[in-house]
Design a protein around this ligand. Sequence first.
Ligand SMILES: *Cc1c(COP(=O)(O)O)cnc(C)c1O
Length: 383
Amino acid sequence: MRLPVYLDYNATTPVDPRVLEAMLPWFTEHFGNAASRTHLYGWTAEEAVATARKQVAKLLRANLKEVVFTSGATEANNLAIKGVFEKYSYKGTHIITLATEHKAVLDTCHHIEQLGGEVTYLMPDANGLITPKQVTDALRPDTILVSVMYANNEIGVIQPIREIAAVAHAGGALFHTDATQAVGKLPIDMVEEGIDLLSLSAHKLYGPKGIGALVVRQGVEITAQMDGGGHERGRRSGTLNVPGIVGLGKACELAQKEMSAETQRLGLLRDRLEKGILANISHTFVNGNTPQRLAHLTNICFEYVDGENLLLSLKDIAVSTGSACTSASVLPSYVLKILGLTDNQAYASLRFSLGRFSTEEEIDFALQHVVEVVERMRVGSAV
Ligand SMILES: *Cc1c(COP(=O)(O)O)cnc(C)c1O
């Protein structure tokens, strides 16, 4: 059986063979515990972790002391939000976030509410964007944190991060961003942009699953959520996942080198797919239709088709409806609902996300497949 063409890079990416190659020795020959300070096995592992820390820091213009390795972006978001809440609750207990955040932020904020904190969920416009003014208007004297995602995982829209960070700081709050979909895709400069805390995950940028980081600017304190041996300067205990960390570092290094060429190439392929669909299939529109969005992704609504049938009929391509993280449930995507789509429109929306190994042939094949399937489904209907 032929595998479907993979167009779901926002859900996860394959490990780049160069990343895998860098990781392999750290499972076997160099298996030491990076916290072992008494012998060469430990020192070697510690050195590899230090190199990876530099590679991650360099991509974001952070300091290597600021990188805290975690099990992924879910943990990084938990650590950022709960860690700041616990540390600074003597100052205030109000947090501002966005209604279209990933569940890893939204559910953490719900937990904060259970603990007695207050959370404001900002509503974006019909394209998924918020304005710095909305943040300013929501700020209160007891606001301790503003958490706004860099780029949305479902529709790819990029928030005005620098401006939002500036108004957060003007209001005396810290600024956190879930940058999981932006790291390695967009040039990020934590210093210039005024980002205090940033979450990322390796498996969204051609690294392995189960490893990520929270980058915490110097001077910003967080309460650890995992107590133990005091690893990561007391911010996240637990024996370091050395092969994973090496893989994340290598993935960051590759992303830094290849980002601009890759963005350009994928932008052309994405435009080819998007324009092809819009031109060849009537009653279609782009969700999050703004120039402020990631180059490798398009989320398209196909009106007057049954969403479930559509996905089932598209056997030759792998795409998602709504967010992969909520695909276990049959609810329409809350992100698309917030943009103003009806349930049916949300169900009949597909996210195509391209990546490093996408080819022109694959895109042309996908386009043809989608056109054929939608035409077949609409035969006999009034459209
Ligand atoms: C994938 C993703 C996460 C979760 O990352 P994990 O490393 O899988 O826990 C969080 N936020 C966004 C925006 C994501 O795309």
